[in-house]
Design a protein around this ligand. Sequence first.
Ligand SMILES: [Fe+2]
Ligand SMILES: [Fe+2]
Length: 304
Amino acid sequence: MTQVDYDSLIPNNVNLKEDRRLQRALESWQPKFIEWWKTLGPVAFQDNEVYLRTAVSVSQEGWANFGYVKMPEYRWGIFLTDPLAGKKISFGDHKGEDVWQEVPGEYRSDLRRLIVVQGDTEPASVEQQRQLCQSAPSLYDMRNLFQVNVEEGRHLWAMIYLLHGYFGRDGREEADELLQRHSGAQDNPRILGAFNEPVTDWLSFYFFTYFTDRDGKFQLASLKESAFDPLARTCEFMLKEEAHHMFVGATGIGRVVQRTVELMKEHDTDDVSKFGGINISTLQRYLNLHYTLSLDLFGAETST
Ligand SMILES: [Fe+2]
Ligand SMILES: [Fe+2]
């Protein structure tokens, strides 16, 4: 079982204390991240205490802490699942060989690209959702929104750790660029199309967490099979948090549909918008949009 160090500036279970260079590099990236969070994270409630779950360990019996915290003071940490002795590569040309603890030269740029693209989606979604706290349908929803946001922030930290820890100078440059691209920016947008679309109303948010976070789960589940073991172990732990994001989407859409159906029955009409409901035809249009945007994330030659 790897030791959790929760007292350091950056909570971690990767023995950061023993690697002063890496620790210094990450500690100098941290203020840039906090600055980014304050400028491009949620537009309001940054000084309020929010009841949030924080990852504190990778153990099966309780991996998270719940408590009130101001979002900029959230303890974003680096957690990898424990290494498995004798672990072998499960797929591809190197199947059956030992997993890699360092990046092999021949796969360096491919792996870096994968990590950068994954990393880019995490802060992008926080940027896309930053206005939503001003129109939350309930406190319950707002808390869920912030929970998703801080965890996407932690997912960025997970990728930053890999870039700083295993990719030297280019990794550090990529880490900085992850905070320089912005969702929807003209000159310097996020890498993938779905992450440049505005998510400014709650129905979009529910569909986004339903479909786009589901794609996130799929991507993490495949990266967790990576031959590069630190990447595999990072993603395995991120999947724990991802489950809640999809829950937010599924239960959000579920509640909307429920109300639509109730109003349709009560008033015997398809047009429930005048009674404060959302028409099925509108729901269908949202579904079409977010489903196709998310499908595009699986990539194609000419895809974003
Ligand atoms: Fe994520
Ligand atoms: Fe997510």
